[in-house]
Ligand binder design. Structure first.
Ligand code: OGA
Ligand code: ZN
Length: 379
């Protein structure tokens, strides 16, 4: 319910009083976001105009409450449109400067305590595409990590996991890759060595945003998996060493992979990606493929390395890790822009064989939000 609307003296904004709360909206913002069929296509919702179609001196001439919202007239266009109270409240923008560090919406950071409640779905149920899928995807969005049990022990089964929510991201390594000990490994992952917690392929630009690791054999001694929330690690670094946090987020690192003939992949991105508004976007961390970091000024390199070491120590701290040993037919997914994965070394009798693939978050989030909207609409 809109109770009153008042136009500022020179018409550059309106104040809408909803009774319990008040919000201000600029003339240019309201005009640009008008919902009428000349501004937005009624069919697909896309904007039909450009900024050049709006006079630079756009002002609000009159604004008044109507049945379920507000009616606004713009000058010099002589255009009148309506906005519902619900739409205005939902889209009200911030009046104060936001705090300097926030987590993205829907994200909840975690540490080793998640061990007692590892987000896990049962694949045959999740594959039904109903509420089990929705709650599994919900966990992936929230924790950046979830397991699946009860899958088939069959080469390529991981493709079906990706198909439940989105699309495989094919790379120069193909649709998927084999993770098992090789004679001439092109990657240290294809040995029995332990792997420090890492995000995969930080040398890709853009980086793959989801990774699935699917277990087909795991009878070797060792080879346990670990996952670590990189957002929690970033929060911890910021608490312990705010200046170090600023260095890791303020300078790009470099990542490179050139381990096969004809392949050279490079990127230049910060280890902690923080845009100017302070809402954390992602982390990249990979000891194997960090290249020479050359974008940090000489005077700050030593402090940069101190911060890098501290970040690595936080990542290596068992207090942050959730660990498990995968059984054949089990897999896990990580948000590769946030959650790191690691494995213990393995050797001895028996075998270990995983398959890995990448997918992207847009497909997963699209599937999840479509399911959520359907459920909301039915309620
Ligand atoms: C990988 C990897 C972990 C494992 O292939 O990206 O990190 O458990 N493997 O083998
Ligand atoms: Zn990996």
């Amino acid at each position: 319910m809109v109770e009153t609307v008042s136009v500022s003296e020179n018409g550059d904004f309106v104040t809408v009083n909803f009774g319990t709360t008040r919000h201000r909206f600029h003339a240019i913002w309201l005009r640009d976001n008008a919902l009428d069929p000349e501004t937005r296509s009624a069919g697909n919702g896309q904007r039909l105009i450009t900024l050049a179609d709006i006079p630079a001196d756009v002002r609000i001439s009159v604004a008044s409450p109507v049945a379920n919202g507000t009616e606004v007239s713009f000058t010099p266009e002589a255009k009148t449109v309506q906005f519902t109270a619900e739409w205005l409240i939902e889209n009200a923008y911030y009046h104060e400067k936001r705090s300097d560090f926030t987590l993205p919406q829907h994200v909840e950071t975690w540490d080793k305590d998640l061990q007692t409640n590892v987000p896990t779905g049962y694949l045959p149920d999740v594959a039904q595409a109903g509420s089990a899928l929705q709650s599994w995807l919900f966990d992936v969005r929230r924790y950046g990590f979830a397991k699946l049990t009860g899958g088939t022990v069959e080469s390529g089964a991981l493709l079906q996991v990706a198909a439940m929510f989105g699309y495989i991201r094919e790379t120069n390594s193909g649709k998927w890759f084999e993770v098992r000990t090789e004679v001439n490994p092109t990657n240290l992952a294809y040995t029995g060595l332990g792997l420090q917690a890492h995000t995969d392929n930080p040398y890709r630009d853009p980086v793959s945003t989801l990774q699935i690791l699917y277990c087909l054999e795991n009878s070797a001694k060792g080879g346990d998996s670990m996952v670590i929330d990189g957002f929690r690690a970033a929060e911890k670094l910021r608490e312990l060493n705010p200046t170090g946090f600023d260095l890791l987020s303020g300078y790009p690192a470099r990542f490179e992979y050139a381990g096969e003939d004809g392949v050279c992949l490079r990127s230049r991105r910060p280890m902690i990606e923080l845009p100017p508004d302070g809402q954390l976007v992602g982390v990249r961390f990979n000891n194997r493929s960090t290249a020479h970091i050359v974008d940090v000024p000489f005077d700050q390199m030593s402090d940069f390395y101190t911060a890098y070491r501290q970040f690595a120590d936080i990542i290596d701290d068992p207090d942050l890790a959730v660990s498990f040993k995968m059984k054949p037919g089990e897999c896990f997914i990580v948000d590769n822009t946030r959650v790191m994965h690691a494995r213990k070394g393995y050797s001895g009798e028996g075998s270990r064989w995983l398959q890995g693939c990448y997918a992207d978050k847009d497909g997963l989030l699209l599937t999840l939000t479509a399911m959520e909207r359907r459920v909301e609409a039915a309620e």
